[in-house]
Design a protein around this ligand. Structure first.
Ligand code: HEC
Length: 246
């Protein structure tokens, strides 16, 4: 019995480790799927900065247009650089083998990454790139150690280097901890503006992970309205039936 319980508990260990994001504190993304302007800004950032390496093969351009309140023409003009027809999915031209050669790893499809990683993780990840001369792209990441992706948003954010503090762990060994960042080269956006831009981008990726969520919100409102009306009718009916009983 004990063995079974231990096995059962051990089964949870990797899940817990993943959920805690490797012990790194994540910042809250605080996204809002109802904010269509934010979703549109996020979509624009996504097609401009991410779609060159990552695909989003479960997302169709026209579906995105519909959900974000854009016409096909608007989608074509503003968001489509890698496809011909609005009915196409968000694929990329880079062959997987080349990607492997250039980046040393597969470049994952981002369609459902928000569901796998969570919004807070993505928000922290995209704000977590910092200079590290030991890495091939000159950057490392606070939540994804030794990441194979360059800091593609550096023009917007600028470049920052970590400020370390040496602390002793409980075994008395010294460990370096990142306690803050120092800007080395400012970007086009201030740090508050960059946070907002990343929030839009994460908002879009969460939408992309489950486009039907927006539809569900709308259906939800109708369902509630229906229940209210049904309640009124049922209540009137009940009164009618019971009127002579007392
Ligand atoms: C120059 C190519 C390139 C561009 C452009 C790029 N990425 Fe990446 N990205 C990568 C590579 C390579 C990896 C795999 C890193 C690894 O496994 O070490 C990756 C990994 C990721 C991951 C982690 C996926 C996971 O769960 O492991 C996320 C999230 C991500 N990228 C988001 C983005 C976003 C958002 C953008 C646009 C702002 C973007 N990437 C632009 C190359 C790129």
């Amino acid at each position: 019995m004990k063995k079974i319980i231990t096995a059962f508990l051990l089964g949870f260990v990797p899940v817990l480790a993943l959920a805690s994001g490797g012990g790194v504190k994540l910042d809250k993304a605080d996204i809002d799927l109802h904010d269509q302007d934010s979703l549109r800004r996020g979509a624009k950032l996504f097609v401009n900065y991410c779609l060159s390496c990552h695909s989003a093969a479960y997302m169709r351009y026209n579906r995105m247009g519909q959900d974000l309140g854009l016409t096909d023409a608007q989608v074509k003009e503003n968001l489509m650089f890698a496809a011909e027809k609005v009915g196409e999915t968000m694929t990329i031209a880079m062959p997987a083998d080349d990607a492997k050669r250039w980046f040393g790893t597969k470049v994952p499809d981002l369609s459902v990454v928000a569901r796998a990683r969570g919004a807070d993780w993505l928000y922290s990840y995209l704000r977590g790139f910092h200079l590290d001369s030991s890495r091939p792209w000159g950057v490392n990441n606070t939540v994804f150690k030794d990441v194979g992706m360059p800091h593609v948003l550096w023009e917007l954010e600028g470049l920052k280097k970590p400020v370390y503090e040496v602390r002793k762990n409980h075994e008395g060994e010294e460990e370096k901890h990142i306690v803050g960042f120092e800007t080395v080269q400012p970007g086009k956006l201030s740090s508050a503006e960059y946070d907002l831009a990343v929030r839009d981008l994460v908002n879009f990726m969460v939408y992309m992970g489950e486009p039907a969520k927006l539809v569900r919100y709308k259906i939800g409102v109708w369902v509630l309205l229906y229940l209210v009306i049904l309640f009124v009718v049922a209540y009137a009916l009940k009164k009618e039936y019971w009127k002579d009983v007392h």
